[in-house]
Design a protein around this ligand. Structure first.
Ligand SMILES: [Zn+2]
Length: 449
């Protein structure tokens, strides 16, 4: 379920313009070493972009860089372990006929098909969550603590896991009922309407998430600080974004990572910042981050994302339909599954989707990463803070490898790497030397851990 949930979450998050960034540790008290003379006096002729990029990359101490690389590269392996663990658990549910027994129990409890699907789903989610629980705790709790990226103790963390499980139970249950209903009515061509219904459903979830799901995990209040609120609303007006308030939420209760987003439509439009961003970043850094988020809105990334992920989803469902038929013809009988309309085939479908999205990791990452780079360019042009942007990019480097190889970035990165983003910022700065900020350049970002 981990991979499936991750893809669902990715699409849902995309739909709500959510962009998660991490801000740095508390700013160190001691002043930074002076920036090199070449970088502090840029002009379009003499400004050396590569030297400016190297200057920023060097702001992150080697120990901090090593920690971040280790965390992020470990994530490549988690991708593999998550995939393998999902396939093994699903295979076990089929092979040892647990899936068949869960279906039988659901059929004993009710004769109503959609309700049988829902009852199966409840058992399925509880069993798979319990079996994969050790991996979930390692990935989401112990590993995050090991790298200093989680502020929560175990109690609040497990409470949020439980809330997430309930959300998954309800939303996943509705989608599964819809999909198996289509299979029962349409037979072999179910996947065409199945992909359409899934896209619409996930888009709907993305739309309601800011109002009904995110507040389950964080408290949202109106931002009072006019020194931050006024410049953000001014930028919003200048960019044609109809917002009248800025919201703040308490992400610090989970981690040092901060998220900022622009979500909703005309009537429900909402700009949200979190307290980490407000507490740890300077105004130029907040402005460039908000410029990035506004870019997602103005460039219609939500709609483009639905179209691009829609294509991925339709192809995925065509593959899934073939995959399920293939598996059931060979092993259906030995697993006690009656056919495609049988909800007990769900673990087979999850294996199919896991294989598909695992193989397509570079494709889905590139779709997202390309839009993120566009939002970066929009942020630079609207906020005009290339040095603030470079500092934010470095802060993100706390948990995302700063300087990967090109193939590594293509395969594993769903946002551009620090080097790519800082290079874009410095290239922009070379053409706009009047925007140079000596304060941002000199600002120290990292405490030694
Ligand atoms: Zn973004």
């Amino acid at each position: 379920m981990v991979r499936v949930t991750a893809s669902v979450a990715r699409l849902a998050l995309l739909c709500t313009f959510l962009a998660v960034i991490t801000c740095a540790q508390k700013v160190a008290g001691d002043p930074a070493s002076a920036p090199p003379a070449a970088a502090s006096q840029p002009s379009s002729k003499s400004f050396d972009v590569n030297a400016a990029v190297d200057f920023y990359l060097a702001k992150m101490p080697p120990a901090e860089r090593a920690r971040s690389n280790s965390y992020f590269e470990g994530g490549y392996w988690l991708l593999v372990w998550d995939f393998l663990s999902t396939v093994i658990v699903m295979w076990a549910l089929l092979k040892f006929r647990w899936s068949m027994r869960m279906r039988d129990l659901a059929e004993r409890l009710t004769r109503f098909h959609p309700l049988q699907t829902a009852l199966y789903w409840v058992q399925f989610i509880i069993v798979t969550s319990l079996v994969t629980f050790p991996l979930t705790v390692y990935e989401g709790y112990f590993r995050e603590h090991k790298y200093g990226l989680l502020n929560q103790t175990f109690g609040p963390w497990i409470r949020e896991q439980a809330i997430g499980l309930v959300v998954n139970l309800v939303l996943g249950g509705i989608l599964t009922m819809l999909l198996f209903g289509l299979v029962r009515r349409l037979g072999k061509s179910w996947w065409v309407w199945g992909s359409v219904v899934s896209i619409l459903f996930l888009t709907f979830v993305g739309l309601i998430a800011p109002v009904y799901i995110f507040p389950l995990f964080n408290t949202y209040t109106k931002l009072q600080d006019l020194r931050i609120k006024d410049p953000i609303l001014s930028m919003a007006r200048a960019n044609g974004i109809p917002a009248t308030d800025v919201y703040e939420f308490d992400a610090s209760r989970q981690s040092n990572r901060v998220s900022a987003n622009v979500s909703g439509f005309a009537g429900t439009l909402r700009i949200s910042l979190n307290d980490n961003l407000l507490n740890r970043c300077t105004l130029p850094e907040i402005e460039t981050t908000m410029g990035h988020e506004m870019g997602h809105y103005v460039l219609n990334h939500a709609y483009k994302g639905v179209v691009m992920y829609g294509v991925v989803t339709v192809i995925g469902f065509a593959f899934l339909s073939w995959f399920i038929s293939f598996g059931l013809i060979r092993w259906g009988e030995s697993w006690g599954i009656r056919g495609m309309t049988d909800v007990a085939a769900l673990p087979l479908a999850v294996i199919g989707l896991s294989v598909y999205f695992f193989l397509l990791t570079p494709v889905t990452n590139t779709i997202t990463r390309t839009m993120e780079f566009e939002a970066d360019m929009y942020g630079l042009n609207s906020a005009r803070q290339p040095d603030g942007e470079a500092n934010v990019d470095l802060m993100l480097g706390e948990y995302r490898k700063l300087d990967p190889g090109p193939a590594e970035e293509f395969i594993f990165f769903d946002h551009p790497s620090g080097r790519t983003r800082i290079t874009a910022a410095m290239r922009w700065k070379a053409e706009n030397p009047d925007t140079t900020s000596p304060e941002e350049m000199a600002r120290p970002l990292f405490n030694s851990h």
